[in-house]
Structure formats: structure tokens, C-alpha cells
Design a protein around this ligand. Structure first.
Ligand SMILES: NC(=O)c1ccc[n+]([C@@H]2O[C@H](COP(=O)([O-])OP(=O)(O)OC[C@H]3O[C@@H](n4cnc5c(N)ncnc54)[C@H](OP(=O)(O)O)[C@@H]3O)[C@@H](O)[C@H]2O)c1
Length: 356
């Protein structure tokens, strides 16, 4: 962390602040802002949960009647009035003379208009680029907005001999990797699983991190809407949206009592249409979907080019004869088609990230 109180120091802190609501500021990017006078911090602000208020507004409001000379902000301030007031206008009204920011919005109209507005009102603007994971979030949201599809992450845990299921064990990754799995759920706003995963595991699909309350939308694919008795109970518990292609009105009526059903026609190969599923998920206001398995569902999404990134959690354990659902074919395809990042270790488990 920089210590000298210069532009870099303050803009660095503004970027750090933006991380606080990184995953909960949708539909707006998470931003941090710091109001400064004579090299002293007067006040700070962050984008609120669900996108309001904007960080700049919050920081200026928190400065009360004190004079603010410079505003440091992780993303260029907006100049248009939407659900929130225009930050550039508030900067002008507060008579702030200088704005230092790190990142241009992906929307070119926003950048040009903001710059034009600030310059016209004699506010000096400076850009100091700082690597900030929130910018990836903005990129992903923009991908989602542009394509009217959620940004899709798939996550699969595998053994060191490339199985995704152990005949006898439900969990086979270590404690840290399980925690990491909950963090991945937290980073997304919706989760989808296949029928077998639902039936075999009866997963809660919630985010179990102490101190965090997050409710993701849950989606399930079950083409013919057939469920075992146990699963019925679980359906009423987690109330997923179910994508199906069934025309059995009795079943539809029965399950509709517990869950939302979404009819999706099959393609010529009798596969359920994954693109249409994703379009529906987008329409339900989800922008970041986690496809948590199992293997068949992930293959289906991967082969239809719907996945943007793949997380492989590799355990150090071999399953040998207890191994089920070999992932080698999918894994090889991911490696060929996607770029990779350097893996990182969670004790004896390794996390590999691949992205399109
Ligand atoms: N290692 C991990 O990270 C992980 C994660 C999740 C689950 N699992 C394990 O994996 C097992 C389940 O995996 P799985 O691969 O057997 O099943 P799955 O992916 O959970 O569900 C398979 C279902 O998806 C639908 N489906 C898949 N491909 C399709 C296609 N081409 N066209 C239409 N529908 C398609 C089918 O539904 P219909 O039958 O309705 O046609 C199929 O029964 C579970 O036992 C679970 O424990 C492991």
C-alpha cells in the first residue's frame, strides 16, 4: 500500500473502498470515492447495495459543509441523471476543482459526456489506472447487457484422476475449497443445476458465509418434470425455477404449486435449448449465473458455447474404482478452447480458472 499522500495514494484508497460492495451493487458498478482537502481525507463514499446511492454522491454528502478540493474515485463520475442524480453535476455544485479517477466506463457515451461536462465546468480530470477486480465486474455486466444473457461461470470439483463424483462421498474437496465454493456462490446472483445433481445431492444452493445474507435465484433443468418423493420435499424447500419440456398437464399443475415452471422447447437433437434458458434467466434480472453441475449439464452448456469461465477445483485425492463421471473429455476441451490463468492452491487442493 502506498504511504506518501499523493494522487496515487488517494486514488488507491478509493479503489480499495470500491471492493466493499463489489458483488452487491448491481445494477450499478461498485465504486469508491474519497473527498480531500489540503491532502487530508474529509469524507468517503461507496456505491450502496443495489446500486444506490453512487459513491461520489455519498462522499460529497458526508463532507457536509466542509470544503472539498479534490475528489478521488475509482470510476469516472456519471454525468447523466437516472435513478440517481448526476454525480458530475454535484461535483460542479460543490465547486470541486479536480477529479482523479482510475477507470473509464465501458459505455463510450458515458465517458465522453462526463469528460465534456466536467471540462466545460472547469474541473480538471486526471486518470491513474489501478488494477481493480471491480472492473472485471463491469466488463461482465456489460457483456451481459450487450448480449442479453447472463455472464456464466461453471464450477466443477474433480479428483486427481479426473472424476466428478465419488460413489461413497458427497464432499471430497478440503474445507478451504468448500468455503471458496460459497464465495463463488456469493459472487453470482443465480445458480443452475441439472436434474441428477438435484436428485442425488438435494443441495441447498445457498451462500453459507458467516455474516453474509445472500439469496440467489435457483434454477433447475428437468425436461420431463419427473421427481422422486424426496425431491418433492426439497422442491418446496428451495423453490427453484424449473426449465422443462413436458406437456403433461397433471404434472405441471402439481409442481406449479411449489415452483415456477418455464417451458423450453427441445431442439432437433431433443436437447433442451440452453440459449433460450439463458435468455429467460436474463429476463428474470439475473446477470451472473453459476452453473454448478453436474457434468452432463456443464457439457451441455459448454458445447453450446454458453460458458464464459470455468473453475476447476482439483482435489489431491484419487478415486480409483469409486470414481464416477469422468471429466477428462470436457477438461481437454476446456483447455483447448479457453485461456487459462495460473492456478492457486488452497492447501492440498488447486483452483484452475479458464475463460473464453
Ligand atoms: N464434482 C462436482 O463439482 C459436482 C457438481 C455437481 C454435481 N456433482 C455430482 O454429479 C452428479 C450429477 O451429474 P450428472 O452429469 O449425472 O447430471 P446433471 O448434470 O446434474 O443432470 C443431468 C440432467 O441434465 C439434463 N441434460 C443433460 N444433458 C442434456 C442434454 N444434452 N439435453 C437435454 N438435457 C440434458 C438431463 O435432464 P433430463 O433427465 O430431464 O433430460 C439430465 O438428466 C450428482 O450425483 C452430483 O453428486 C458433482
Amino acid at each position: 500500500m502506498p504511504t506518501e499522500k499523493n494522487n496515487f495514494y488517494f486514488v488507491y484508497l478509493a479503489n480499495k473502498l470500491s471492493l466493499i460492495n463489489q458483488f452487491s451493487s448491481f445494477p450499478n458498478p461498485s465504486v469508491g470515492a474519497i473527498s480531500v482537502f489540503k491532502n487530508e481525507i474529509i469524507s468517503t463514499g461507496i456505491t450502496g447495495q443495489n446500486g444506490s446511492p453512487h459513491a461520489e454522491y455519498e462522499s460529497i454528502k458526508n463532507s457536509k459543509n466542509k470544503k472539498v478540493e479534490k475528489l478521488y474515485v475509482s470510476l469516472i463520475p456519471c454525468a447523466h441523471k437516472g435513478k440517481n442524480p448526476s454525480c458530475a453535476k454535484i461535483i460542479k455544485m460543490k465547486k470541486i476543482k479536480k477529479v482523479v479517477y482510475s477507470f473509464d466506463d465501458y459505455d463510450v457515451r458515458v465517458i465522453n459526456y462526463s469528460k465534456h461536462y466536467l471540462k466545460k465546468n472547469k474541473v480538471t480530470i486526471n486518470k491513474i489506472l489501478i488494477n481493480n477486480p471491480c472492473f472485471n465486474e463491469i466488463k461482465n455486466y456489460n457483456y451481459s447487457k450487450k448480449n442479453e444473457l447472463p455472464y456464466i461461470t461453471a464450477k466443477l470439483a474433480i479428483s486427481s484422476d479426473y472424476f466428478s463424483k465419488n460413489k461413497n462421498k458427497k464432499y471430497f474437496t478440503n474445507k478451504k475449497a468448500l468455503k471458496y465454493a460459497h464465495l463463488v456462490r456469493y459472487k453470482n446472483d443465480s445458480i443452475l443445476v441439472g436434474k441428477n445433481t438435484f436428485e442425488d445431492d438435494l443441495p441447498l444452493l445457498n451462500c453459507r458465509i458467516k455474516g453474509i445474507k445472500k439469496k440467489n435465484k435457483i434454477f433447475l433443468i428437468n425436461q420431463n418434470l419427473k421427481f422422486s418423493k424426496n425431491s418433492y420435499k426439497h422442491l418446496t424447500k428451495i423453490k427453484p425455477y424449473i426449465f422443462h419440456s413436458s406437456k403433461n398437464n397433471n404434472l405441471i399443475k402439481k409442481i406449479k404449486l411449489h415452483c415456477n415452471l418455464i417451458y423450453i422447447p427441445c431442439d432437433l437433437n431433443k436437447n433442451i435449448d440452453t440459449r433460450l434458458i439463458c435468455k429467460k434467466i436474463f429476463k428474470l434480472n439475473c446477470r451472473k449465473l453459476l452453473v454448478e453441475g453436474g457434468l452432463k449439464t456443464q457439457e451441455l452448456f459448454f458445447n453450446n458455447d454458453m460458458i464464459n469461465e470455468f473453475l476447476i477445483v482439483k482435489s489431491n485425492k484419487k478415486f480409483n474404482k469409486k470414481g464416477r463421471l469422468k471429466v477428462l473429455k470436457l477438461y481437454k476441451n476446456i483447455k483447448t478452447k479457453f485461456k487459462s490463468e495460473k492456478p492457486f492452491c488452497l492447501d492440498d487442493n488447486k483452483i484452475f480458472r479458464y475463460y473464453s
